[in-house]
Design a protein around this ligand. Structure first.
Ligand SMILES: [Zn+2]
Length: 91
């Protein structure tokens, strides 16, 4: 893991903690920071990070806290953020 990836990893953990504390503004700041680090270093974001962040409002999604997760027929999962944005991915 290079330094940028380590930073993203750390920011991901911080965002998750902040979201658990329901401090969503702080979580958003960590999500935005991690996105900026990835952009500057062109290293991309880990899959788990992309899955648990909202592309519309930068929230860190915690199912049952600020996101609803549903499994749909056809083999995909739909995650709906409290802001109304949804994302889907196969499982
Ligand atoms: Zn959202």
């Amino acid at each position: 893991m290079n330094i940028a990836e380590e930073r993203i990893d750390r920011l991901h953990a911080l965002a998750r903690e902040a979201a658990s504390d329901r401090d969503h503004e702080r979580a958003r700041e960590y999500v935005r920071l991690a996105r900026r680090v990835a952009e500057r270093n062109r290293c991309g974001l880990p899959k788990a990070f992309r899955r648990f962040t909202c592309d519309d409002c930068d929230a860190y999604l915690r199912p049952g806290v600020n996101a609803r997760v549903r499994t749909r027929a056809g083999g995909h999962v739909v995650v709906r953020c409290d802001c109304g944005a949804t994302k889907r991915y196969p499982y």
